[in-house]
Ligand binder design. Structure first.
Ligand code: GLN
Length: 541
């Protein structure tokens, strides 16, 4: 194979039609054939990264091995393709402008007027090229965030237009993902918005090679023909993609529709081997099968927006698939628990999970749920903030002092059981300054954590500023808390758990980012196993 091939994904008509999942699934098709695939998201917003955005605006912040704080689509990419991405795989307008302006200040363009074309577009192209360089991928898939017509997206579209001229038609492919609205009154799917969005794309100099037409109902041959005709795309390259309840089915749908064959032919590629979908099909079958249900309460402060906890929900699902159960997540608002609401739902659950979070709102509600899990021996998994609050709750109980806290929420508490990390003390900037990315952790033999992982040492992804305060290790340790995962120098508590409890484990890191549909994360599996046992399903499975 000669040079790197590029597949660009743009979106038309409306946002949130699953462009990220489509790109991720396409990546899987190519990986299944033995290609070395990488995938990048170009985000048109002006933030440098989503790390400082509210989850209400943006959904979850996904963290990579190298500590990059990314769009949640990177999570879809990693889960579907089962690869590990790097910082280069998410570029934003903010990063592009910050770089160009820094160069201007250094004098790199002395004498020149800095313009969107060519300076901004060149920086975008450089960032696209970095993905192939840093990963050695044969094929790079690039998803342009937003929808055609968005003002912010224009420099990205111009950059990919130029890349087709730079690299040649034989090395580039444009896939446009659109939406076919259903008009209930006459029971019809409409192609007109797709035609318009293709026209908009053309006016920017991009002619799509493939159209993925998303819809809520099946698309018939006639409609496919119509889209092909009006949008000037080969009929076999118009791919209907109806909404499916199981996201992991999307690669199979695209495979059956001949997407990979078309791409391979169009880009003059030779697949190293044939795809083997046996494992993936079994996974989808297992998801679809009717299974006993277990209820897990997820206590958060953004629970109205499930996207804010995307990877946690997926990791629970993965563990459920492996354990042969349907995990029914009961989304509980921590502020509701503070007002005495939701306890009835909590009591019906066989597991409690408190995910990551920042800021004081709803903290006491999470503590109520943790106290409930400890006292009633309900399996508990605490992730990052969920681990810190498990320590706060246990601290209050053992120290007999309700004011024990994390200094994130009470700077002057008498018992700061969770405190700011030493190397965070002088940091004032909020963006990209937490303890981020992969760090090693040594597991203590004989603990729940070591039992779950079945290895002595692990590496997990982090995103936090606060940590367990070692001044409390002795007293909490003597009273039933086990520090089952430590940094190799023994200084940082990475995992805490409780003795005399079926499963009460908290991690300073975020295991959810490393869970894959075909390889559930060991801690999630251990948690769901405990949940099943509590639900009386242990023996049946
Ligand atoms: N707010 C806590 C900290 O900064 C927890 C962060 C998180 O849950 N990701 O340490």
């Amino acid at each position: 194979m000669t040079g790197t091939r590029y597949i660009f994904f743009t979106g038309g008509v409306v946002s949130s039609v699953g462009k990220g999942v489509t790109a991720a699934a396409t990546g899987r098709l190519l990986k299944e054939r033995g290609f070395n695939v990488a995938i990048q998201k170009l985000d048109p917003y002006i933030n440098v990264d989503p790390g400082t955005m509210s989850p209400y605006q943006h959904g979850e912040v996904y963290v990579l091995d190298d500590g990059a704080e990314c769009d949640l689509d990177l999570g879809h990419y990693e889960r579907f393709i089962d690869i590990r991405l790097n910082r280069a795989c998410n570029a934003t307008t903010g990063q592009v402008y910050a770089e160009v302006i820094a160069k201007e200040r250094r004098g790199d363009y002395l004498g020149g007027t800095i313009q969107v074309i060519p300076h901004i577009t060149n920086e975008i192209k450089k960032r696209i090229a970095t993905v192939a360089k840093s990963t050695g991928a044969d094929i790079v898939l690039v998803e342009v965030g937003g929808t055609v017509g968005d003002i912010e997206g224009q420099p990205f579209l111009e950059a990919i237009r130029q890349l087709r001229s730079d690299l040649g038609r034989e090395n580039t492919l444009f896939v446009h993902v659109t939406w076919l609205p259903f008009i209930g009154a006459n029971g019809e799917l409409k192609t007109k918005p797709t035609q318009h969005s293709v026209r908009d794309l053309r006016s920017l100099g991009i002619s799509p090679d493939m159209i993925i037409a998303r819809s809520d109902s099946p698309v018939d041959e006639e409609l496919i023909g119509k889209i092909a005709l009006f949008c000037d795309v080969e009929k076999r390259a118009v791919i209907p993609l109806p909404t499916v309840p199981v996201l992991y089915e999307v690669p199979l749908i695209l495979e059956n529709a001949g997407v990979a064959d078309y791409i391979i032919q169009r880009l003059n590629l030779e697949a190293p081997h044939l795809p083997d979908w046996t494992e993936w099909k079994a996974l989808v079958e297992q998801v679809k099968k009717t299974k006993p249900t277990v209820k897990v309460a997820l206590i958060g402060k953004y629970v109205e927006l499930h996207d804010a906890y995307m990877s946690v929900a997926e990791a629970l699902k993965h563990a459920g698939i492996q354990s042969g159960v349907e995990v029914d997540i009961q989304w509980l608002h921590s502020s509701d628990l503070e007002m005495g609401k939701g306890m009835d739902i909590l009591k019906q659950c066989d597991g409690v999970l408190v995910p990551g979070g920042f800021g004081g709102r709803g903290i006491e509600g999470k503590i109520i749920a943790i106290c409930f899990a400890r006292e009633n021996k309900v399996p508990y998994l605490g992730l990052c903030l969920g681990m810190q609050l498990m320590v706060v709750e246990f601290g209050r109980y053992i120290l007999k002092d309700e004011s024990a806290n994390s200094t994130e929420f009470d700077l002057h508490t008498v018992h700061p059981v969770i405190d700011l990390m030493d190397d965070q003390i002088d940091i004032t900037d909020k963006g990209g300054t937490m303890r981020l990315g992969l760090y090693p952790c040594v597991l203590q033999p004989g603990t729940q954590a070591a039992h779950a992982y079945q290895v002595d040492a692990i590496q997990e992804r982090h995103r936090h500023r606060f940590e367990f305060n070692n001044a409390y290790r002795e007293v909490l340790g003597q009273n039933g808390m086990v520090f089952s995962g430590l940094s190799p120098d023994g200084k940082l508590v990475e995992i805490a758990e409780l003795k005399d409890h079926p499963f009460m484990v908290g991690t300073q890191f975020h295991p959810e980012f490393l869970s894959r549909p075909n390889h559930p994360h060991p801690l999630f599996t251990a948690f769901i196993t405990a949940v099943c046992a509590r639900a009386g399903l242990g023996e049946a499975l």
